[in-house]
Design a protein around this ligand. Structure first.
Ligand SMILES: [Zn+2]
Length: 261
């Protein structure tokens, strides 16, 4: 079966890239938050609505870390990579008693194969103009996978803006250089909206194979934690929830159509 899991990003570094160093002082991980943009829609007068999304980029590959380490807040950056999921231990310090609460949670990130700092030192107006000019390559996702969970449809009380959430299993096409190096499948979530949700709710089932073209969307996540020691409840900022929002779905196998269309 054809395999696909490609992400193309061009965006603004919201902060300097963060490096984590190993015991010998060499960087072993790099992290970056970027703002990317796509043209969500345009009205009958041709006015476009830009959709801005914050994406989380993470790598353990030495060549990629070296490139990411040059990136500072305000840079415009090109990235080509793959969408990756992992289960990671998350440590949270209780603000009441100070004990560390550790729990395993999910994280979704972009693993770059290619990183290039394209511009540095532009003004905010110049940055925004460049982002809009480059919206067609700023936030693109291409993925083929099998639906493995979810398919929760929400018609939003008939507002005409329904959504459909599901999880996909995407076989890896490349080796990812981090703690997930031996993992063979990624499990990102998909948030289909509008027509993609309406069509998908009838066409899709667990086990369906689809090819998606779309954008990444992210949502801030604040988790409520109960301390395992003193039982106080506190909130903690989590990694953003990054999901694929398709603007095109090709129904490949096991879909509820007489023929694939
Ligand atoms: Zn506590």
């Amino acid at each position: 079966m054809a395999k696909e899991n490609s992400i193309l990003l061009h965006g603004l570094a919201l902060k300097d890239a963060t490096l984590k160093v190993g015991e010998d002082g060499t960087p072993v991980r790099a992290m970056l938050y970027m703002r990317v943009v796509d043209r969500a829609k345009s009205d009958e007068n041709g006015n476009e609505e830009m959709q801005y999304t914050t994406v989380f980029v993470y790598s353990g590959a030495p060549k990629v870390i070296a490139k990411m380490s040059e990136i500072v807040e305000g840079d415009l950056v090109d990235i080509y990579g793959t969408l990756t999921t992992a289960k990671v231990p998350k440590k949270r310090v209780c603000p009441v008693c100070g004990s560390v609460n550790t729990a395993v949670g999910d994280v979704t990130y972009v693993s770059p194969l290619y990183v290039c700092r394209r511009e540095h030192g532009l003004s905010p107006d110049e940055i925004n103009a460049k982002l809009i000019e480059r919206a067609e390559i700023s936030n693109r996702v291409y993925a083929i996978g099998n639906i493995c969970a979810g398919l929760d449809y929400n018609d939003k009380n008939g507002t005409g803006n329904p959504n459909l959430r599901y999880q996909m299993a995407i076989p890896r096409t490349i080796r990812v250089h981090d703690d997930t190096a031996n993992v063979e499948t990624d499990y990102p979530w998909v948030l289909a909206t509008g027509y993609q949700a309406l069509e998908g709710k009838d066409a899709l089932r667990i086990g369906s194979t689809v090819y998606l073209k779309g954008h990444l969307r992210s949502k801030e996540q604040v988790k409520e934690i109960q301390c395992s020691k003193c039982e106080s409840v506190f909130t903690s900022q989590d990694f953003p929830l990054m999901r694929i929002s398709p603007h095109f779905t090709e129904y490949l196998h096991n879909c509820n159509f007489p023929d694939s269309k």
